[in-house]
Design a protein around this ligand. Structure first.
Ligand SMILES: CC(C)(COP(=O)(O)OP(=O)(O)OC[C@H]1O[C@@H](n2cnc3c(N)ncnc32)[C@H](O)[C@@H]1OP(=O)(O)O)[C@@H](O)C(=O)NCCC(=O)NCCS
Length: 166
């Protein structure tokens, strides 16, 4: 278990950058999501601390859905990363579940993620295509574009999802 803290502070940014770089380098990937270095009220960020160090981080940023009933605001889960020395100890799960609970408490209607199709379903994510949702980037493999509904699926939550600023 790690201690989960919301929100990140400006002084956390360097440690978060370092851990994100280490986590994604280990998996041979690059992280495409914006870091959103500026402080914004509409961003939810959480850090996991262990041994007085930041060992995990997740960031949720706004996503807009072009639905049949107009534009609906939700969130996107991006930049989930756990320090390779601390992976497979449940920290990614703690960060994801705590963040999704926070969004549920705020009444967030949907959360989008583009990620590992065998990791995110444990948090309730399902393929966006099952719910009539499309990704803003047409080339993204269909199974990696997923959605979950923290407050239950409401009518009209279909259409193209676009990350704010991306
Ligand atoms: C993906 C990541 C956040 C998981 O964090 P974690 O703290 O290691 O995960 P947890 O301990 O909560 O969960 C462990 C489970 O995740 C799975 N897992 C870990 N890394 C994974 C990956 N890259 N792809 C798919 N599943 C992964 C493990 O196999 C394990 O599965 P199990 O519970 O069925 O045995 C972490 O491995 C990481 O930072 N990876 C590099 C960055 C990255 O890929 N981020 C996600 C972008 S979509």
């Amino acid at each position: 278990m790690a201690a989960i803290r919301a929100q990140r502070r400006p002084a956390d940014l360097a440690a978060i950058d370092a851990l994100v770089a280490r986590a994604f380098a280990k998996h041979g990937g690059t992280q495409a999501f914006r870091t959103f270095r500026e402080e914004r009220h509409d961003i939810v960020s959480l850090v996991a601390e262990r041994d007085r160090r930041i060992v995990g981080s997740v960031l949720f940023s706004p996503v807009y859905l072009e639905s049949p009933v107009g534009e609906i605001s939700g969130m996107g889960l991006g930049q989930l990363a756990v320090d390779p020395d601390y992976q497979n100890q449940g920290i990614g799960t703690q960060l994801s579940e705590t963040g999704l609970q926070l969004l549920r408490d705020r009444g967030c209607p949907f959360v989008i993620v583009i990620g590992h199709a065998n990791y995110y379903p444990r948090f309730g994510f399902e393929p966006g295509a099952l719910h009539g949702m499309q990704c803003q980037w047409p080339g993204i493999p269909e199974e990696t574009f997923m959605v979950m509904f923290p407050c239950g699926k409401q009518p009209g939550l279909t259409g193209k999802a676009t990350f704010d600023g991306l």
